[in-house]
Design a protein around this ligand. Structure first.
Ligand code: NDP
Ligand SMILES: O=C(O)C1=N[C@H](C(=O)O)C[C@H](O)C1
Length: 239
C-alpha cells in the first residue's frame, strides 16, 4: 500500500519564496499543501489550496510539517504553532535574532526542527569547502561578499553569516560586504587572500526554485523524524 502524502503548511505563501514553493509543490505526489498562510488573504482557496491569514491559525487543518519562508516578525508565531500542534518545522527565514535562533533549540526538544540559511545543494557543499579551506588558510584575509535583489531586508545575508561561521570553525576571521541591486537571486563569494595569491569559492543561484525544491525535499524527510535539531548536512548524510 502506498504511503499517504505528507501534509504541508506553507507560511509566507504570498512572498517570492512562498509562490515558488506552491508552484513546485503542485508537482509532488508525495505531499499535499493543506494550508497556505500569509499576513493578507485575498481569496479563500487559490489553485485548490486553502488560504489562511496568520491571525487565523486556529482554523488551519491538521498538518505534518510547516515550511516557513516569512520574515522575522512572522517566524515566532509559526514556530510556536508547530510546537502546539506537534508538527515538524522547516524554516529558511533569515535575519533572525539570537533569541529567535535559541527558540529553535527549545522547540527541538518537542518537535523536529530544521532551519537553514540556504536550502541549495551547492551552498550546503560550499559550507564544507569553506571550513576545509579556512583550516589551512587561517592566517590569510577572509572576505565574504554577497549580492542580492533590492528587496532583501537583512544584511549580511543568512548564507553569508553561515559561511562566516564555517570559516570561523576552520580558524579564519571573516569580514562581510553586501550589495543590494536589481533582481539578483543570491550570490556568495568567500575569498581567502594571501601575499601573491588568492582563492575564491563562489556560489551563484540563478533561480529561487533551487531553494524551494531543497525546502520541499527537507520537509518530506523531516515529517516523520524524532524531535531534535537538524541541518542540511544531516540531509546530505541521509542521501
Ligand atoms: N534559506 C533559504 O534558502 C532562503 C531564505 N530566504 C529567506 O526567506 C524569507 C522570505 O523571502 P522572500 O520570499 O523573498 O520574502 P517576501 O517579502 O517576498 O515574502 C515574505 C512573506 O512573509 C509574509 N510575512 C511577513 N511578515 C509576516 C508576519 N508578521 N506574519 C506572517 N507572515 C508574514 C508575507 O506575507 P504578506 O505578503 O501577506 O505580507 C510574505 O508572504 C526571507 O527571510 C529570506 O531571506 C529566501 C530565499 C532562500
Ligand atoms: O532573501 C533572499 O532572497 C535569500 N536569502 C537567503 C540568505 O539570506 O542567505 C538565501 C538566498 O541567498 C536568498
Amino acid at each position: 500500500m502506498s504511503k499517504p502524502p505528507v501534509r504541508v503548511l506553507i507560511h509566507g505563501a504570498n512572498g517570492r519564496m512562498g509562490q515558488a514553493l506552491l508552484r513546485l509543490a503542485a508537482g509532488h505526489d508525495d505531499l499535499q499543501v493543506v494550508a497556505a498562510v500569509s499576513r493578507r488573504v485575498e481569496q479563500r482557496v487559490q489553485d485548490g489550496v486553502p488560504r489562511f491569514a496568520s491571525r487565523e491559525l486556529g482554523g488551519v487543518p491538521a498538518f505534518d510539517v510547516a515550511i516557513d519562508f516569512s520574515l522575522p516578525e512572522g517566524f515566532d508565531g509559526m514556530l510556536a504553532h508547530c510546537v502546539s500542534r506537534g508538527a515538524a518545522f522547516v524554516s529558511g527565514t533569515t535575519g533572525l535574532s539570537d533569541s529567535q535562533l535559541a527558540a529553535l533549540d527549545a522547540a527541538a526538544q518537542r518537535i523536529p526542527v530544521l532551519w537553514a540559511a540556504n536550502f541549495s545543494l551547492g551552498v550546503t557543499v560550499l559550507n564544507l569547502l569553506v571550513e576545509r579551506a579556512a583550516r589551512d588558510l587561517a592566517e590569510w584575509d577572509c572576505d565574504i561578499v554577497e549580492l542580492h535583489h533590492i528587496h532583501k531586508r537583512d544584511a549580511p545575508s543568512g548564507t553569508a553569516l553561515a559561511l562566516g561561521a564555517a570559516a570561523e570553525q576552520g580558524g579564519a576571521t571573516p569580514r562581510y560586504a553586501s550589495v543590494r541591486a536589481g533582481d539578483i537571486i543570491g550570490e556568495h563569494t568567500v575569498q581567502f587572500a594571501g601575499i601573491g595569491e588568492r582563492i575564491e569559492l563562489a556560489h551563484r543561484a540563478t533561480s529561487r526554485d533551487v531553494f524551494a525544491q531543497g525546502a520541499l525535499t527537507a520537509a518530506l524527510r523531516m515529517a516523520d523524524r524524532a524531535p531534535g535539531r537538524y541541518g542540511m548536512r544531516d540531509l546530505l548524510a541521509a542521501g
